[in-house]
Ligand binder design. Structure first.
Ligand code: F6R
Length: 608
């Protein structure tokens, strides 16, 4: 979702800002813009264009050494040139870039209009520029004070950065609900909504928390609270480098990330499998064996694919640890006044660690004293910091909007957590060993599935002209079917619906005919015969079937069969998810879709 970059230093700002925006393109956006301060004036360039288009519009850069830039994902107002950020006050002194939503913007706009201000955009952000300029005109001691005064009047979520043409040597940033991270370089300071825009220049970063402001100069930064209390923050070092965000020889990030999965899973497992006790070692979680015995229920919370992975995790937790477990979309949980038992363990799951709904669910849990653990990919993200203890996914940066390697590493992490809890409870040493070996074999087996890409691509091409598709699965196959349908719809725009195979006869079977292919997920488990019966029912009604399976199916049962290697039954769903990523990818490729940036979607959803 919207991206922010700010720079103050000794180098020309424009190329640094443009490069930063390019690094944030993956978050999804529909317009872009930047402002630099030059000779006491702002120079603003913004339009409903891609970052490459903005680069053309900027033309010859100025010598300016400070500026702010933005990629916008429309919320208030259409994606037009006028609504693109930065926004300025009437005199052109103050420029603001903003992520989030100002909830009382209508009231603020009405008040400013009554005072004679003419708005040039439909955005909620523009009011901020006018208010900050008014606070300065009214005698605020500094830009930081003017921003602080303004924020006292603002309700809603924001990550924002402000530039004053008359004081180009400093930027003011503020955070409430939308991520901002400061990059501390040599005689230059940056700020961005994501470390991806910083790591080319520095690995030393400072995360802003909600309710905090920062004033940045080339050689220093100062952080404080909304009520002007100074907070001392030390930079931490991120391990990521610019190369981690490079495409290399791949044509798009989704393909690259699908193929990174053997390595990503190896990283997730590294040092975490314990042969001596046939269990997992998860250093980041603060749960003792006694705590495990006190847990009566496990509830997983996440959004989108993280929720489907969580559902898979709930299955693993029940199978391995025999603890009742379920998953719920965090976006629903936060709004239904959930009952928080002291003997339930809540597990918040997120790749980005910035998904607003998941964060809000965590805040609700904190407020009610729920027992909490985070499963997160991005180190230093808001969720990782809010949960305090948990499991890092170690999937590496995920740039494509459609999540692949992070989802797989979520499932692998849940298997390790289930193993750990199971071995404290009823799981035998022999079963523990079986799972440890199964996990250890996964990277190689994942590579085997990925080697079958040409055959999977051929099947995908054959069915790419379908208008609708069903994905079916039961028990272990059900979350896999849901995630498969999700991948297909988000990147190919085909209508894909997941259904429990067991529920088909209770309604959706009426939709089956030769124009409705079904992707049937069939783990090699005790339900194979049931799944075969479902496929036969679909075939009897003329529906084409693509079976994705680790079972031996009767010859001729399905129109196409995609096989995955046999693994431990409990781990089957992890491997079965992979061909569905490649299937969705190749359908989307055949249809000529913009795979890394599907329409209407953003990588991290930091608004409701
Ligand atoms: C789907 C996808 C989304 C995310 C969801 C949660 O491919 O990427 O459904 O899974 O927006 O995002 P995180 O995991 O960052 O909380």
């Amino acid at each position: 979702m919207c991206g922010i970059v700010g720079y103050v230093g000794h180098r020309e700002a424009t190329p640094i800002l443009l490069e930063g925006l390019r690094r944030l393109e993956y978050r999804g956006y529909d317009s872009a813009g930047l402002a630099v301060a030059h000779r006491g004036r702002l120079r603003v360039t913004k339009a409903a264009v891609r970052v490459a288009g903005l680069r053309d519009l900027v033309g010859t850069p100025t010598q300016a050494t400070s500026g702010i830039a933005h990629t916008r994902w429309a919320t208030h107002g259409e994606p037009t040139d006028a609504n693109a950020h930065p926004h300025t006050d009437t005199s052109g002194r103050i420029a603001v870039v903003h992520n989030g939503i100002i909830e009382n913007s209508e009231r603020l706009r009405a008040e400013l209009t009554a005072n004679g201000v003419t708005f040039t955009s439909d955005t909620d952000t523009e009011a901020l520029a006018h208010l900050i300029a008014a606070a300065l005109a009214a005698g605020a001691a500094s830009l930081e004070d003017a921003v602080r005064t303004t924020l006292r009047r603002v309700e809603g979520a924001y990550g924002l950065v402000v530039l004053d043409a008359r004081k180009p040597g400093e930027l003011v940033a503020a955070r409430n609900g939308s991520p901002l991270v400061i990059g501390v370089g040599e005689d230059e300071t940056l700020v961005a909504s994501d470390v991806a825009a910083l790591v080319r220049h520095t690995q030393r970063v400072v995360y802003l928390e909600d309710g905090e402001l920062a004033t940045l100069t080339a050689t220093d930064f100062r952080t404080s609270t909304r009520d002007a209390r100074t907070i001392d923050k030390e930079p931490t070092t991120v391990e990521l480098t610019a190369e981690d965000y490079d495409l290399g020889n791949w044509s798009d990030f989704m393909h690259k990330e699908i193929h990174e999965q053997p390595a990503a899973v190896s990283r997730a497992l590294l040092g975490r499998l314990d042969d001596q006790f046939a269990t997992a070692r998860l250093g980041g979680i603060e749960v003792t064996a006694r705590d495990v015995h006190a847990i009566r229920r496990v509830k997983f919370l996440g959004c989108g694919s993280a929720y489907y992975a969580a559902q898979l995790g709930a299955g693993l937790m029940e199978e391995l640890a025999r603890l009742p477990a379920d998953a719920e979309p965090a976006s629903e949980f936060r709004y239904r006044n959930p009952v928080i038992d002291s003997d339930t363990l809540f597990i918040a799951v997120s790749q980005s660690g910035e998904t607003l709904d998941t964060l809000a669910a965590v805040r609700e849990l904190e407020r009610k004293g729920g027992r909490l653990l985070g499963v997160v990919n991005v180190v230093g993200s808001a969720l990782a910091r809010a949960c305090g203890n948990g499991i890092f996914l170690h999937a590496g940066p995920e740039v494509a909007v459609a999540s692949t390697k992070a989802v797989t590493n979520m499932a692998v992490s849940f298997a390790m957590l289930g193993l750990l809890f199971g071995r404290v409870r009823d799981l035998s040493f022999a079963d523990g060993q079986r799972i440890v070996e199964g996990l250890r074999a996964l990277p190689g087996q994942i590579a085997e599935v990925l080697d079958a890409e040409p055959e999977i691509a051929e099947v995908a091409k054959r069915y790419a002209d379908a208008q609708h598709m069903f994905f079916t699965g039961r028990v272990r196959g059900w979350p896999v079917a849901r995630e498969g349908a999700q991948k297909l719809k988000e990147i190919s725009y085909l209508h894909a619906e997941a259904y429990q195979a067991s529920e088909l006869k209770h309604g959706p079977l009426a939709l089956i005919d030769k124009s409705m292919p079904t992707v049937a997920v069939i783990p090699g488990d005790e339900l194979v015969a049931k799944n075969i019966a479902t496929v036969e029912e679909i075939k009897a009604r003329g529906g084409p079937v693509i079976a994705v399976t680790s079972a031996d199916l009767p010859d001729g049962l399905a129109d196409a069969v995609i096989r995955v290697p046999r693994t431990e039954l409990e781990l089957n769903p992890i491997l079965l998810t992979l061909p569905l990523q490649l299937f969705a990818y190749h359908v989307a490729l055949t249809l000529g879709r913009d795979i890394d940036k599907p329409r209407n979607l953003a990588k991290s959803v930091t608004v409701e």
